[in-house]
Design a protein around this ligand. Structure first.
Ligand SMILES: Cc1cc2nc3c(=O)[nH]c(=O)nc-3n(C[C@H](O)[C@H](O)[C@H](O)COP(=O)(O)OP(=O)(O)OC[C@H]3O[C@@H](n4cnc5c(N)ncnc54)[C@H](O)[C@@H]3O)c2cc1C
Length: 381
């Protein structure tokens, strides 16, 4: 491991890797990514791979609008196929409150040029024949959305960042910060010290712990979320849109011949536990059978749990942290870090190399929690 760098990135997930790639592309060769386990060991290895434009806040939409074309062109740009199934996201709306919120989103999407549209229950059924739609008030559909393979996205960023000179060090845990004259001067790891004028916290669900090492408080909480995958389902051949029963947060997409199911547990307290709570499975199965009756004879083959990195307003914290010059945060994606990794890498690299970003990320500054200028997002699943 080198002992000096221009930029140190803490966290070898998709966000750290994307930042490393974009830095090397901007001409910064002396980039070191420190990962305490192995690359992708955090949330990047545990998610559903969903990619969508259908958000309710302008900044989340803009992050997606910058990222999605990059995922569409990922193979050409990065040389690795991300297996992007661009089958669309279908949000099934069943309650009055959600109907009103999605009506507002439809207006916003029109203004921002998001090609999502309102569909009636009959068309929703045509788009996703395996979903029950008799209780659906309306649905929204965006054909640009879909799901990709997060490991391929990670591998692409790592490979091309390495080509550009970045070093990825596995088994290197940051245990302390070094500061001089009130600024970041480097980090101490279990494998030695590394001096650098800029340190990026891309530690996902552990980002608040890492920030604490630098005496910086970040409101990012780990929240356990489950995914279950079925065996191949008899009678289910075609792909279908990533479909979301919005009222419960149940979502489903095809996976290895079967179906991947996810749903949030409203009783889940924050914490780092990633063991599977099998007692939660019956609740998921009940909702899944009700919404997707074709799953009646499906067997759950496997399940796992990972961590959302939740902020109070469900938006990431991006940018320099005022209290400590040299400390940059890129974390708190609240369940959207795969789809927002391309735009994040680009923005953080621009910030470090040019001092400004082409996408205005001012709304995502850590200071918003102090000033109370939170950004609202309704479409979190
Ligand atoms: C069940 C589930 C489903 C999801 N579905 C989606 C989805 O459909 N679409 C989407 O966009 N997002 C989804 N997400 C969210 C997405 O997985 C995350 O937002 C994303 O992976 C965050 O990437 P990251 O690189 O910031 O963090 P991580 O991948 O968690 O990487 C952080 C890394 O930092 C390392 N680290 C921590 N502390 C230290 C230290 N002190 N020193 C060195 N290294 C350290 C960790 O080991 C870890 O590897 C989902 C998440 C879960 C759990």
């Amino acid at each position: 491991m080198r002992n000096t760098a221009d930029v140190v990135i803490i966290g070898g997930g998709i966000v750290g890797a994307s930042i490393a790639y974009h830095l090397t592309r901007a001409g910064v060769r002396d980039v070191v990514v420190l990962e305490r386990e192995r690359l992708g060991a955090g949330s990047t290895g545990k998610n559903a791979g969903g990619i969508r434009l259908q958000f309710s806040s302008e900044i989340n939409i803009r992050l997606s609008q910058r990222s999605l074309p990059r995922i569409e062109r990922f193979k050409e740009e990065m040389g690795i196929d991300p297996d992007f199934h661009q089958v669309g996201y279908l949000f099934l709306i069943t309650t009055d409150g959600d109907a009103a919120a999605f009506e507002r989103s439809l207006e916003l999407w029109k203004r921002l040029g998001v090609p999502a549209r309102r569909v009636d229950p009959t068309e929703a059924k045509t788009l996703c024949p395996v979903a029950r739609t008799d209780d659906v008030r309306f649905a929204t559909f965006c054909a640009k959305d879909g799901y990709a393979d997060p490991s391929s996205l990670l591998n692409g960023y790592v490979a091309r960042a390495r080509d550009g000179g970045a070093e990825f060090v596995e088994g290197a845990e940051v245990i302390a910060f070094a500061c001089a004259d009130g600024k970041v001067a480097g980090v101490r790891t279990n494998r030695g010290e590394l001096s650098a004028p800029t340190v990026v916290d891309a530690a996902g669900p552990w980002a608040a712990q890492v920030a604490k090492l630098a005496n910086v408080e970040l409101p990012i909480a780990p929240l356990r979320r489950h995914i279950f995958v079925t065996d191949p389902v008899p009678g289910l051949d075609a792909d279908f849109p990533l479909s979301v029963e919005f009222a419960t947060g149940l979502y489903a997409h095809r996976e290895s011949g079967g179906v991947l199911l996810g749903m949030g547990d409203p009783t889940q307290p924050p914490g780092f536990d990633t063991s599977v709570n099998w007692d939660f499975l019956p609740a998921v199965v009940e909702r899944a059978l009700s919404r997707f009756p074709i799953l009646e004879h499906a067997k759950v083959r496997t399940g796992w749990a990972g961590l959302y990195e939740d902020t109070p307003d469900k938006h990431p914290i991006l940018g320099r942290v005022e209290e400590l010059p040299g400390f940059v945060c890129a974390a708190g994606f609240s369940g959207h870090g795969i789809m927002h990794a391309p735009a994040t890498g680009e923005a953080i690299a621009e910030l470090i190399t040019k001092g400004k970003t082409t996408l205005d990320i001012g709304a995502l500054a850590a200071s918003r929690f102090r000033t109370g200028q939170l950004v609202r997002e309704h479409n979190v699943i």
